[in-house]
Design a protein around this ligand. Sequence first.
Ligand SMILES: Nc1ncnc2c1ncn2[C@@H]1O[C@H](COP(=O)(O)OP(=O)(O)OP(=O)(O)O)[C@@H](O)[C@H]1O
Ligand SMILES: [Mg+2]
Length: 330
Amino acid sequence: MQQPMPENMEVDQGSTPAAARGQVLRVAALSKAFHGHLGLGRTVAVHRVDFEVGEGEIFGLLGPNGAGKTTTMKLMLGLLRPDGGEIRLFGAPPSDVDARSRIGYLPENPYFYDYLTAEEFLDFYARLQGIPRAERRDRVRATIERVGLAGKEGIALRKFSKGMTQRVGLAQAIQHEPDLVILDEPMSGLDPIGRREVRDLILSLKEDGKTIFFSSHILQDAEMLCDRVAILRKGRVRSSGSLRSMISGSIRWFEVALRGSPPEMPAAEVVSTTGDETLLRVPDVHALTRLLNLLESDGCQVLSVWPRRESLEDMFLREVASDEEEGEES
Ligand SMILES: Nc1ncnc2c1ncn2[C@@H]1O[C@H](COP(=O)(O)OP(=O)(O)OP(=O)(O)O)[C@@H](O)[C@H]1O
Ligand SMILES: [Mg+2]
């Protein structure tokens, strides 16, 4: 297994290492800088990035705007040339034709020839993807159904909303049944129902044994979907590993809702009061036990006790904040 680079905080590789299940993607010490006009100015977009993705995993590449997510994905697809490092897709370099044929890709801002209808567009892609003529029509129809565009197949793409365009993009990424689906911000532009449908679609791809690699800003979606994530910031992996081990291990505090006047206890902080109900926060299980004993002796009614675990959003903000504290030298 790839050794983590010193600047990476490798948390955990998950319970089943990628190598044990069959490795679909490996990125090692990947670097890319962009140069400005006439070679002036230099932006380090990706710096010695490492990760591995195993067969059947859902892997999330997370990070704020400009972190290097899209650049990493374009490098993986061979759309950009790296300055350094190595990429292996099904054990082959990104230029390998067989490896490429096993990949589906949704770009960040898909642009499609918009005088075609959804069905014509997907048929065009099906030809490029080598789907046999006899199967094409049924495959296109099935994909349209799968991405929630049934009934819209005859409409020209120029009349599509952003969310509908995103679904067409997803359709072309999956209709040739690729083993690895690479999606750059697949939830972008979708309303909550659309996001849920895309989440379900991603889960159904996983059930079919596919590997999914996606970038997202929507941490809640990533939290619901990903087996493992890497958090990218300023082109570097700040942390990576199994989501479960990264976020759900520690209870950060307990919240206790009660009816009646709260007891005097320095460790119990009042979060809010509504009518005769109070929400208190205590830092740990010892304080919780003391509080519950006090409440019982005071005759207070406990309405709920809620352990608050760190969410992906908490972790994400912590990573970004710690990076900011390091200042510009990082
Ligand atoms: N073609 C390019 N020429 C010059 N700089 C670029 C180019 N593409 C990306 N960059 C720079 O590289 C850095 C990483 O950009 P990238 O698009 O990979 O980020 P991202 O994580 O995908 O951001 P977002 O969340 O906004 O999509 C940014 O500073 C960006 O300005
Ligand atoms: Mg991007």
